[in-house]
Design a protein around this ligand. Structure first.
Ligand code: ATP
Length: 369
């Protein structure tokens, strides 16, 4: 197992003095032994570049990458003892599954006997339930089976680190879900520190121990899935994580003694100061409601806001429904559980408990509460 540190790492492609592209900007991430780190962010935010620097395929312009406290910046990729899994599987087409799996163990610097290699191949094939496929060539396998072989090739050497770059991107939605559970199980079973790149927040939330959210080469937040969802550091994280998207409205705050009074275009409500950790010294805020936290108000149950809205579309999702409606402040989306008989054109009032209201500074976009 390996303690991975990315310390103050910057990567500039091209000439830093002229028109270089800053792909990664002063990034620091500490990944404890055995942890599953997911690098999450939109296209072009620097995830792959970060992974490639960890793997030794790209040199940092500044900063250090350390494995167990040892700086590896100058160690070549093939000597870092990391295994990488990419989205295109990269299997050798002319080799059988058995040969593909054993290939990494047959490298010159390995003194394993043929018998030992065969035994290890069988062990890994059993772990991944691909024993019956050992004599097949990659072209005879489905996408999911090919990805299992690619995973098998990564774990067979018991590397110091696993690096995954969107390994499920080429699989259909159903298979993605199955495979991500398998990767998660496999990683906890073998306990190898892993870094996994994806732009899919749902995948990140289910698979990660720790998520690093990047935007424009910069770290926005490092935390557990629970932390990035419940305590997003800023507006970017709040909007990137969670589905459906968080509802956001411009608002104003005034101090009213024991409470903060919040006003948006169509509602006003109060948040007890006890619920707000820092003093609010700004008046312009963005008010956020997660669709999961809104409910259809029958009677006044909380001191939270009342938002009158008209239903536009109701999308049933199993036992829940996503309700898209229009309020005076703009569109509002709610995820409503249990029975409901809402239909397009209905008028209703949403409410939300004050502890579930998010406030962001309108200027800095940092989370206030
Ligand atoms: P995606 O999800 O689309 O793969 P990403 O988050 O992995 O994106 P990177 O591939 O790391 O992003 O790219 C980060 C930035 O660096 C982008 O602006 C990209 O255009 C730029 N970049 C990446 N590789 C190179 C390169 N070899 N030369 C020049 N610019 C590059």
């Amino acid at each position: 197992m390996t303690h991975l540190e990315v310390d103050g790492v910057t990567k500039v492609f091209g000439d830093p003095e002229k028109d270089g592209v800053v792909a990664v900007n002063d990034l620091s991430i500490d990944v404890p032994d055995g942890d599953f780190l997911v690098l999450l962010g939109p296209s072009g935010c620097g995830k792959t570049t970060t992974l490639r620097m960890i793997g030794g395929l790209e040199d940092p312009t500044e900063g250090e990458i350390r494995f167990d406290g040892t700086v590896v910046n100058d160690i070549k990729a093939r000597n870092r003892d990391v295994a990488m899994v990419f989205q295109d599987f990269a299997l050798y087409p002319h080799m059988t599954v058995r040969e593909n799996l054993g290939f990494g163990l047959r490298r010159e610097d390995n003194d394993m006997t043929d018998g030992e290699i065969d035994q290890r191949v069988t062990e890994v094939a059993e772990m991944l339930e691909i024993e019956e496929l050992l004599n097949n060539k990659p072209a005879q396998l489905s996408g999911g089976q090919q990805q299992r072989v690619a995973l098998g090739r990564a774990i067979i050497r018991e590397p110091r680190l696993f690096l995954f770059d969107e390994p499920l991107a080429n699989l259909d939605a159903q298979l993605r879900k199955t495979m991500r559970t398998e990767i998660d199980e496999l990683q906890s079973q073998v306990g190898i520190t892993s870094a996994y790149v994806t732009h899919n927040q749902e995948e990140a939330m289910t698979i990660a121990d720790t998520i690093a959210i990047l935007n424009d080469g910069k770290l926005q937040q490092l935390g557990t899935p629970d932390q990035v969802f419940n305590e997003p550091a800023n507006l970017f994280v709040a909007q990137f994580v969670g589905s459906p998207d968080m509802n956001l409205y411009s608002g104003r705050v005034t101090d009213s003694g024991d409470d903060y009074a919040i006003e948006t275009d169509d509602t006003s409500f109060e948040i007890p100061k006890a619920l707000v950790e820092t003093e609010i010294d700004t008046s312009d805020v963005l008010v956020g409601f997660r669709p999961q936290d809104l409910y259809q108000r029958a009677a006044r149950l909380t001191e939270g806001p009342d938002v009158d809205a008209e239903v536009r579309v109701v999308e049933p999702v199993g036992t829940e429904a996503i309700v898209h409606a229009e309020s005076e402040s703009g569109d509002i989306t709610a995820k409503i559980g249990g029975f409901h008989d809402l239909a397009a054109g209905d008028s209703l009032t949403f409410t939300i408990a004050p502890e579930h209201v998010y406030l962001f500074d309108a200027e800095t976009e940092e989370l206030i509460k």
